[in-house]
Ligand binder design. Structure first.
Ligand SMILES: [Zn+2]
Length: 311
């Protein structure tokens, strides 16, 4: 995914935590996270783009690459919260429960380690004296949140979980991501010199000419039921992102069917049945990404808050 898409998804995750129907047990934590976030919103574009712009660990931490395995061994798939679209669609995929091989990538490890570092940083911030030379800052922690959102969203990009080389040849991967970013840039008012969005009265990116896709995703972000648990069998960010990657892999074969390859031209792809569903699949990919960013962020925030309460 590209720069503005990443930043937009992070904003929408906060909007979701503010406006979706959050269960009573998580309401207070969600409200305090939304409030905390407002002070750092000018740096979302910058922070959420560090992984591509500065770290450049695309071939390792932005991916988990799957290949179907022709053997007939039994393959269990992980579970996700039932509201995740990739989960319900994935269970209908011909590759569901079929064996796979993970060729590489450590996106789930990256998300787990950043989640930990955020909680650790909050704890240090809380216990260190003001002025201590090695203490962290809220600015630093906010930046970690935005970086984390990048890796979570990337795991939802199906082609990041598919070992077929769609970034080479005609680069269908790049084509899809450019079309997404174009829609975001068209839909919102950008304060380009300051590398941020202009805001609406609530502090979210100001819509100018929103596309139907953007409107549908914004609607889903605030209306989709919020389920806080990770999904049966998952106990932390690593488990959860690993599960996301399995269904993202299944989604990749909807996005680009098996008969296509890295030589398929843009013209042929655009004339295909799969492309006619791209808008619909994009909606699911974005809405699931927002749901996941909100879920992981709130888990991290709540972990710190319950530690702080117990002190
Ligand atoms: Zn990336």
């Amino acid at each position: 995914m590209k720069k503005y898409t990443h930043a937009w998804l992070a904003f929408m995750a906060i909007k979701r935590l503010q406006h979706a129907d959050i269960p009573d047990a998580n309401k207070e934590d969600a409200a305090s996270l939304v409030k905390w976030f407002q002070d750092y919103r000018d740096f979302v574009i910058e922070g959420a783009w560090y992984p591509d712009d500065v770290f450049k660990d695309m071939s390792t931490s932005h991916i988990i690459k799957y290949t179907p395995d022709p053997s007939d061994r039994e393959q269990p798939f992980k579970k996700l919260p039932r509201t995740m679209k990739a989960y319900s669609l994935g269970q209908k995929s011909p590759l569901y429960k079929k064996p796979f091989i993970i060729e590489g990538g450590n996106c789930a490890d990256r998300c787990e380690s950043i989640s930990h570092s955020i909680v650790d940083n909050f704890k240090m911030l809380r216990i260190e004296e003001r002025g201590c030379p090695i203490t962290t800052t809220n600015n630093h922690i906010a930046m970690r949140f935005f970086i984390l959102s990048h890796y979570i969203a990337d795991c939802h990009m199906p082609l990041h979980c598919d070992s077929r080389p769609f970034s080479s040849g005609t680069n269908l991967h790049g084509l899809i991501e450019s079309e997404w970013d174009k829609q975001i840039r068209k839909s919102y008012a950008l304060d380009t010199p300051n590398n941020r969005f202009f805001y609406d009265p609530e502090g979210y990116p100001l819509k100018t000419k929103p596309t139907p896709l953007v409107l549908a995703v914004e609607e889903d972000a605030v209306s989709r039921e919020y389920l806080h648990p990770w999904g049966t069998g998952n106990g932390n960010t690593w488990d959860y992102i690993s599960a996301v990657s399995e269904y993202s892999y299944l989604m990749a074969y909807r996005l680009i069917p098996p008969e296509m390859n890295e030589q398929t031209s843009h013209k042929d792809y655009k004339a295909s049945e799969a492309y006619s569903h791209l808008e619909e699949y994009s909606r699911y990919i974005f809405a699931d990404s927002i749901d996941s960013i909100a879920r992981v962020w709130l888990h991290v925030w709540s972990r710190y808050r319950s530690w702080a309460k117990g002190r």
